[in-house]
Each structure stands twice: as structure tokens, then as C-alpha cells.
Design a protein around this ligand. Structure first.
Ligand code: PHE
Length: 510
């Protein structure tokens, strides 16, 4: 309505000289008018120029002076012609003041009136007697306040006095004067928010006024969301992250802190005795990041038996395995008096792989390690059999393998009842002394460790044949991992609440 009023007025007139006056004439709230002007101005329908006006506002006290007279005049008039005792004056003044004033205001008028009338020498005080010193007074303050209220000009000196008495204060009023703008039309078309098919088909797009994007607007708060299937717990047979976590906890493992996706090449490779010319260090296999860490520990220097480069070890990357975290943990462990430890983690790792049905560039890795005196490959086998049987894979086979950081190393295979074949499910080994000794772990301490992806056993156990259904942007939140695929039911076992600590028998007592 305000917009139409402005545009309509400008159709017949050159300008709107004052939005304040215009709002009063049209009965439009000035604030509403200002909003309309801002929008019209932004789209060039009008040209708005600022008007600033200083306006004196009357305080509440001043408004009462306008109504009843100033305090000093009220007080003067209350003083009887023959004078009175000072002690009685307040009572007399209050009794003469209008009845609709409350007692607090009356006291205030008395105090202010007394001070001002004395200052003006309208009254005098001798021997506790108050008397008038002039015959007649004029209420100049009241008159000035009325003039100000009516917007009439008042001299600077008077303004100053009133200001000092806090009877008036300055208010800056902001408004606009308006002229037609370059895009002026008498009726404004509704601005379109999007370009739609009709605009193109009817050739309207040339004339349509588009609403500007407000990049500063806050978006809608997101209220939806659900747990990722890999994290979902759905009793009775909940699986994946929580279940594996439970198994580790039942087996007495502690979780490692894995909250750093960005790692240095040093911890991801060098500290794991992985040569700098190893193909895994190629950018085809690893995501390198700008910047470096410069966190190389000198104790490793020279221990690699080749031309080792500090710059290479300093490089930043997205960790390719959580074994980088295991290395950090083992190093930290070696810094204190030795205590046996069982660590695990389940978190994300990144590899620069071509994405297909069974591979992604990022996935979750499950990692477990035991650090103790006198461990052997037999202990590793025992722990793995225990661990995997708890997730429903009791038939295991091991195959010799190679990892730069473990010797011996074993790939782990499990017999898949549904697929009727052996499938690879993980990798394992005993960490090399070349890795452990520079850290400072005692000579007789060994570390057995294994790693696997979280997605792999999930796919096998739930008969999912495309990893993209499980992880990545296409993940189906409806994926119900508690509904085991018919042919995999037989291989799924529940963890018994008591837990079977079979691995304890295979390990030395710690
Ligand atoms: N880091 C290995 C991998 O990424 C897994 C592993 C962990 C192997 C610990 C041996 C010991 O596949």
C-alpha cells in the first residue's frame, strides 16, 4: 500500500519533498513508508535522497510544565503574599498543585521550583521566613517549551538552558525526499524469485524484475537427519561400528584418538618403516595436502639405510591408514615406563583410488593392536580367531603377506557360506623391531596388530554388492542393516553378553 501511494503520487507530481509530511497526509506509518522507499530505491523506481532533521523532544517533566506551568512559577504562586514559614511551604505548595499529580511529582515540583525560584530571585528566605521578592512572574520556560513543541524556532541560549535542565533532548529524525527513478513505473510488478519456463516461453524474461539474492540471509535450520547405516544400532542384531566397538571393549581394548584426518607423511609412512620410494607414497595412491608438519623425530634419522629426505617426511596427507595413529600411540607409550596395552580404533581413512562397486576413495578402517612382552604369531592368530568369530566369521585362513612395517605379515581370509568361497577380510602382522626400537620400546616387547575395512565385512555379512549403497553421497538412509540377507544369516552370530575372553588364554597374563 505504501509503495502504491508513492508511485501513484509521483505519477501526478514531480516529487515527494518530505516523507514525514507525506506519511502524515496519507496516514501511513513512517517506518512502513521508509521500508517501501528502500525497496523502490534499490530497484531504481525512485531516487531517494536523505533528509535529516533535528528535533527537540520534551521530557516527561517538560510535558507537565506545558500542562500545569513550570515548577518555579507553581512554587512562586503558592507563596502567600504575606509570606510564610519555610517549614510550612512544602505543604502549602503541594496543597495548591493540581490534584491529579501524585505525591512524588508534587515533591519534585517543590524541590525544583524552590531551587529555580530562589535562583531567579523571585523569592527570598530570611529568619526561616519565605517571602515573594517580585510582584509578578512570567512563565518563560512554559512558553519556550510550547514553542519547541510546535516546532517553532527558539534561540540558542534558551535551548541551552532547557537542555541543561534536562527538559529537552535532541532527536535526529531521518526521512527522504523522492523523485522518479530510471526504472519508474506507476504500478510495480511483483519481483520474480526464479527464472521459470514460462518466462522463457512467453519471452517475459526480458521485462521481469528479479529479486536480488540475499547472500547474508540465514538458511532454514535443518531439522531432519538420521544416523548413517554404518553407525545405526538396531537391536536385536545391531552391527557395524557399535558392535565392533563392543567386541573390542569386551576384549579389554582401549580406543585410540583418531580425530586427525590430516597426518604427516612421517607418522603415516616413515615411522612405519615404509621407504620414501614406496609406490603407496605416490600421489596416485595418496592424497597429499599443501603445507607440512615439520614434526620429524630425530631418533629415526639415518635409520632407514637409504638417502632419506626430511622434506618428504614433512609432507601433509590425508591418512591412508589408521596405523598412523597406532604409531603415534606406540611412540607415546614408549616415552613412559612400559605397560602392556591393547588399543583399537574405527575411523576414516583416505586413498586416491578409482571409485567402483567395491572401492571408495574414503572408507572406515578397524585397527587393533596388542603391545606386550613375549608375543608371537600364535598369539596374533588366537586373537584374530577370537575377534573375527565374534563378528560371525569363525572359519579363518591366513596367507603370508608383505607390509613394510610388519614381519611376519598375514592376510586374513574368511569362508563365506553364501558365496561358498574364501574372501579376504583383513591384514595383520607383528610390527618390525626397526619400527619399535627407535621409539624406545624395550627389546622384549612385541606388537601384534591387524587392520580391516569396516565396509568389507558389512558388505559380506549383509549381502550388499555395491559399496556406494553403504557409504558416500548416494547412501540410502533406509538401508536396514538389521535385516540380514538370507544367505548370510547362517554366518551371523550374536555376541554373548558375558563375552568369551578366549584370547586371554592365548596371551601371557599382563
Ligand atoms: N595398515 C594396514 C592397511 O592399511 C593394516 C594393518 C594394520 C596391517 C596393522 C598390519 C598391521 O591395510
Amino acid at each position: 500500500m505504501a509503495q502504491e501511494a508513492v508511485l501513484g503520487h509521483l505519477k501526478r507530481n514531480q516529487e515527494i519533498s518530505d516523507s514525514g509530511v507525506f506519511s502524515q497526509e496519507k496516514g501511513i506509518d513512517h517506518e512502513e513508508l521508509v521500508n517501501a522507499i528502500k525497496s523502490l530505491n534499490a530497484f531504481g523506481l525512485v531516487i531517494a535522497s536523505d533528509i535529516k532533521r533535528e528535533k527537540w523532544l520534551l521530557s516527561e517533566e517538560a510535558q507537565s510544565y506545558v500542562k500545569y506551568g513550570s515548577a518555579e512559577v507553581l512554587l512562586f504562586e503558592a507563596v502567600p503574599a504575606e509570606g510564610t514559614a519555610k517549614a510550612k511551604l512544602q505543604e502549602i505548595v503541594k496543597s495548591k498543585l493540581p490534584v491529579d499529580l501524585d505525591d512524588k511529582t508534587k515533591s519534585l515540583i517543590y524541590d525544583k521550583g524552590w531551587a529555580q525560584a530562589m535562583k531567579n530571585k523571585w523569592i527570598g528566605l530570611e529568619d526561616s521566613q519565605v517571602s515573594r521578592k517580585v510582584e509578578h512572574v512570567e512563565d518563560k520556560v512554559k512558553d519556550l517549551l510550547i514553542q519547541i513543541q510546535n516546532g517553532e524556532a527558539v534561540g540558542a541560549k534558551d535551548i541551552d538552558t532547557l537542555k541543561r535542565r534536562k527538559l529537552i533532548s535532541l532527536q535526529i529524525w531521518k526521512g527522504y525526499s523522492l523523485k522518479k527513478g530510471p526504472n519508474y513505473t506507476a504500478t510495480r510488478k511483483k519481483a520474480a524469485t526464479d527464472l521459470v519456463r514460462d518466462h522463457l516461453q512467453r519471452d517475459e524474461w526480458k521485462d521481469v524484475e528479479f529479486k536480488e539474492y540475499n547472500f547474508l540471509a540465514k538458511g532454514q535450520p535443518t531439522e531432519g537427519g538420521c544416523l548413517h547405516p554404518l553407525y545405526k544400532a538396531g537391536l536385536p542384531n545391531f552391527f557395524v561400528k557399535q558392535q565392533i566397538q563392543m567386541i573390542f571393549l569386551q576384549m579389554g581394548f582401549e580406543e585410540m584418538p583418531t580425530n586427525n584426518y590430516v597426518e604427516s607423511s612421517f607418522w603415516n609412512f616413515d615411522a612405519l618403516f615404509q621407504p620414501q620410494q614406496h609406490p603407496a607414497r605416490d600421489s596416485h595412491d595418496t592424497f597429499f595436502l599443501k603445507g607440512d608438519w615439520n614434526l620429524i623425530l630425530d631418533l629415526y634419522l639415518g635409520g632407514y639405510g637409504y638417502d632419506w629426505k626430511r622434506e618428504e617426511a614433512n609432507k601433509n596427507l590425508l591418512r591412508t591408514h589408521t596405523t598412523a595413529v597406532s604409531t603415534r600411540m606406540l611412540y607415546a607409550l614408549a616415552q613412559g615406563p612400559f605397560t602392556p596395552k591393547r588399543y583399537y580404533s574405527i575411523d576414516r581413512v583416505f586413498r586416491n583410488e578409482a571409485v567402483d562397486r567395491t572401492h571408495l576413495a574414503e572408507f572406515h578402517q578397524i585397527e587393533g593392536l596388542i603391545c606386550d612382552r613375549g608375543l608371537s604369531l600364535g598369539h596374533l592368530r588366537g586373537v584374530l580367531e577370537d575377534f573375527f568369530s565374534r563378528i560371525g566369521m569363525s572359519k579363518l585362513k591366513f596367507k603370508p603377506a608383505y607390509n613394510p612395517y610388519t614381519e611376519p605379515s598375514m592376510e586374513i581370509f574368511s569362508y563365506h557360506e553364501g558365496l561358498k568361497k574364501w574372501v579376504e577380510i583383513g591384514n595383520s602382522g607383528m610390527f618390525r623391531p626397526e619400527m619399535l626400537r627407535p621409539m624406545g620400546l624395550p627389546e622384549d616387547v612385541q606388537v601384534i596388530a591387524w587392520g580391516l575395512s569396516l565396509e568389507r565385512p558389512t558388505m559380506i555379512l549383509y549381502g550388499i554388492d555395491n559399496i556406494r549403497d553403504l557409504f558416500g553421497h548416494k547412501v540410502r538412509s533406509s538401508l536396514n542393516l538389521s535385516q540380514t540377507h538370507a544367505h548370510t544369516k547362517s554366518v551371523f552370530v550374536f555376541i554373548s553378553p558375558s563375552g568369551d575372553f578366549r584370547w586371554n588364554r592365548a596371551l601371557p597374563v599382563v
